[in-house]
Design a protein around this ligand. Structure first.
Ligand SMILES: Nc1ncnc2c1ncn2[C@@H]1O[C@H](COP(=O)(O)OP(=O)(O)OP(=O)(O)O)[C@@H](O)[C@H]1O
Ligand SMILES: [Mg+2]
Length: 335
């Protein structure tokens, strides 16, 4: 299910609680798709990165090759937020009168720790990747951070589009106001000369245009991300879970949260399923898991579900990932 569904999409998100196997499954899926001839970019949005551990190499913020046809990168929320703020700062300093540079710096240093800042910066990068990747890649696979964080992230494009929209409207109003003032011959460079005697960094007209272009570009990116996420023909979101009581309840909750954000779940992957035929202890475990899976199926009857067996060893290194991908291809429904 996972492989065949992903083969038909351009963007795949792998979400779920901590330790359920998201990174292993995202990596195996990305590798299988690269082996099938697609150009794949694997992206980790997890603050506690572990692509590097699994692939036994260092993965950073720029794409690096992991296998033929497969590149990967890790988005570090702190670094992403810092880079984002620096970009915003540069734009603001260019656009604002010089005497306001101190205000800009103060605002930015406060923003560094503002609630939602990391998520917004991360989303800005995700939007950029989703927008730019099609030129170089056929498939983007996102290995996301544990549930709550991901669901909030998925709801953000909606909020940020609305917010950017509001800024644009305000900006258009102030632009009209500025134009009216100028036509009355009373504009003096937003008081710059009166206040500090310096000339503004750009004329008010240029500045308005530049700010508008910036906001328009941002709105376009978020709209593109939102429409891509909401389009089941292009994007698939999979929830990975263990067949235990709490993970099942949390999966039902995450499914509802995503639905509220307009994102349909393409399927569930129940990982580390205990074997039925490896002694009485594991057979007992298998039966207990079946009870929890019944709850899951009853709550989400329409969703495709794939069970992936518990392995003896950890999934580490490319050979183990190829084998894991093989297992994904051969498993489907209940094991
Ligand atoms: N089917 C499986 N059988 C046995 N071990 C597995 C299986 N799938 C994954 N693992 C192991 O479980 C551990 C956690 O897997 P992984 O790192 O992929 O989870 P994760 O969901 O990405 O975790 P985190 O939320 O911390 O990022 C790893 O040691 C991995 O090798
Ligand atoms: Mg992980």
């Amino acid at each position: 299910m996972l492989l065949s569904e992903a083969a038909a999409r351009r963007v795949v998100f792998i979400g779920g609680k901590g330790g359920v196997g998201k990174t292993s499954l995202a990596s195996a899926l990305a590798l299988a798709q690269a082996r099938a001839g697609r150009r794949v970019l694997l992206v980790s949005t997890d603050p506690a990165h572990n692509l590097g551990h699994l692939w036994q190499c260092t993965v950073g913020p720029e794409p690096r090759a992991l296998a033929p046809g497969l590149d990967a990168l890790e988005l570090d929320p702190d670094a992403t937020a810092a880079a984002h703020l620096q970009q915003v700062g540069e734009a603001l300093r260019r656009l604002m009168p010089a005497h306001l540079a101190g205000e800009v710096d103060k605002h930015l240093s406060l923003s560094q720790d503002a609630p939602g800042m990391h998520e917004a910066a991360l989303l800005e990068r995700i939007a950029e990747l989703v927008h730019d990747a099609p030129a170089r890649y056929d498939l983007l696979v996102f290995d996301t951070a544990p549930s709550g964080h991901t669901a909030r992230l998925m709801a953000l494009p909606e909020m940020l589009t609305a917010w950017t929209e509001g800024l644009l409207q305000r900006q258009e109003r102030s632009e009209r106001f500025g134009a009216a003032l100028r036509s009355l011959g009373r504009d003096d460079g937003i008081g710059a000369r009166a206040l500090g005697g310096e000339a503004p960094a750009a004329t008010p007209g240029d500045r308005d245009q530049a700010i508008r272009a910036l906001l328009h570009r941002r709105r376009h990116r978020f709209e593109h991300l939102r429409s891509t996420l909401a389009d089941p023909a292009r994007t698939a979101f999979f929830i990975v879970l263990a067949a235990e009581r709490l993970p099942v309840l949390e999966t039902i909750q995450l499914h509802a949260q995503l639905a509220r954000a307009g994102i349909a779940v393409a399927g569930l992957v129940v990982n580390k399923r205990a074997p039925r035929d490896a002694g009485p202890f594991l057979a007992g475990r298998h039966a207990q898991e079946a009870v929890h899976l019944d709850t899951l199926r009853a709550a989400l009857p329409a969703l495709a579900l794939q069970e992936v067996p518990l392995l003896q060893q950890d999934v580490v290194g490319i050979e183990a990932l190829d084998a894991f991908a093989g297992l994904l291809a051969s498993t489907g429904g209940p094991v």
